[in-house]
Write a protein that binds this ligand. Sequence first.
Ligand code: MSP
Length: 645
Amino acid sequence: MKRYYITTPIYYVNSVPHIGTALTTVVADACARFQKSRGRAVYFLTGTDENAPKVHQVAQQQGKSTQQFVDEMAEVFKRTWHALHIEYDVFMRTTEDRHKRTSAEVFRRLRQQGDIYEGRYEGWYCVSCETFFAPSKVGENNTCPDCGKPLEYRDEPCYYFRLSAYQERLREHILSHPHFIEPQVRRNETLGFIAEGLQDVAVSRSGTDWGIPVPEDPHGRVIYVWFEALLNYLTATDWLDKGDAYLEIWPPDLQLMGKDILPRFHATIWPAMLMALGLPLPERLYGHGWWIVNKQKMSKSLGNVYAPLEVAQALSDASGCELPYAVDAFRYYMLREMPTDSDAEFSLEGLETRYNGDLANDLGNLVHRTLSMMQRYFDGRIPAGARLDEPLAHLFQQQVAVVEEAYEAVDFPRGLREAWEIIGAINRYYDEQAPWSLVKAGNSERAGQVLYAGLEAVRILSVLVEPVMPQVAREIARQLQLSELPMWQSASELNALPVGHSLGEPRPIFPRLQAKPTSSTQPKTPSPQGTIASTAMNETITLEEFKRIQIRVATIRSAEPVPNTTKLYKLTIDLGTETRTIVAGIAETYTPDELVGRQIAVLVNLQPAVIRGVVSEGMLLAADVEGKAILLSPDKPVPEGSVVR
Ligand code: MSP
């Protein structure tokens, strides 16, 4: 049977994962888990886009070979996705040999059949967006119409892909397949983009050797990064190497991405390439909106870029919630607030509100109070005669169907809102029926029935939240003492928990947040740098205050003097999930050679400061010996990012 094929874009490795790239990946993971729960075989692809000129540029800036740089960054992406409970089936890297071969073969075929032809490119290129722009589209002072950055002028012989020839067929396909592009707003946008007229696209670049070579090209050009990047979706199915076996996977059932890369790339060039190859088109392309922060686009220069794992860690630190459940809470927030049609604001206040409200008060509390009452009144065993009341049974089935339909439509905000209706209904039912009073009045039988409804709600909710919060769902199933996590279909079964079944000990999953974690997790805003050493030894702080201090182990990757200073080095440090720059006053005690490769302890949640023109994003810890800094290092090598407590 064909597998349900779901893809995320492959991410440029010039920067580390952030809440934008995490959004697409978390949405894809939730969709993949939902399909698996419904019993489908799934093939979930994500990966990294490594041949881009901007990736090459950053590697050069960091003084690394580009291959070494992309190898390191691909690991950072993999580690981050694992930590976010992303369960992909394949991680494609475009520097892999099979991808290079697939891309070259497609190029060859399309050239042979005349869909790729030789011409000359005279016009503009945006390295940041990796996009060619016709002169009529260029912004003021030759800037990029999309990102506003300065464009590069190119005048070179190049290959073109005959996109214009597919304009009509594309339009017809979109019109005759109402679900090909979703949501509707993106479909309309794409139809508008096509109506402006599709131009042939330049698909080769000269003057660089970082990229996939154009096959049999005497000029030594490379294939335009977007052209080959899109082909990763095909490479991952083994289309080139394994005969018809790729049809067990192809075509994609759901391709997810942000709205920025839909009309120009995934909804036009990509299907046109597939038409040219004579391959079936994807069933559905879904373009979500963007996260904005403080009403602005995220950008490094504004310092408003959130790193997903830091947010989850801070939530865990501030609430005492175990990290896997804090990660799930972060996933819940992303999906509950997910930008669908339009952009949405990402904020720590929003996360706190959802955490305390939806998770601690609603879901967590329902699970905990239901199981606690069952222990107290029934020794944790489902009493004889327990059965769901009819109106509730009906409501459960109805809500499961609505949630299913919303998840299928990639509308997680609606799906989760509808799932939470079950919690609201049970809380009202408890208030009305007051099982505690029933027990006091000697009516245990009725109390057992009321609590049984709560247990069934909890069981059903564990299934409904699993795609979104997989570890939390497992913990709920464990507390219910279910031998394995139930599949989707079991959510619409009623009275499934058998009489006599023993329940586990209740254990709170989401402790309420007392203090606000915002101050410790806020993305960096420049402020003067403080020192830990300035605290006198006899001044005490509370454990809570200490917990706000995040110290981690980092490996120094490079060290160079800050110009016009004698004491300062600019260090590039590797924290496992990200690299950062810090400025440290250790030039009098260490040479750069003594530092590179060494592990140090770094205060990572210090507000960044600009020191001699360099943004320092943390502070290393050192012993102060007569004004000289002597570094603190772990006793033996430890994984980068290890927490120091
Ligand atoms: N490498 C290309 C994709 C090639 S796919 C054949 C690329 N990479 S990217 O790393 O720049 O971005 C990948 C995804 O992250 C896109 O879907 C983009 O929309 C998404 N996001 C980047 N910033 C975002 C937000 N602030 N909010 C939500 N998603 C955003 O493009």
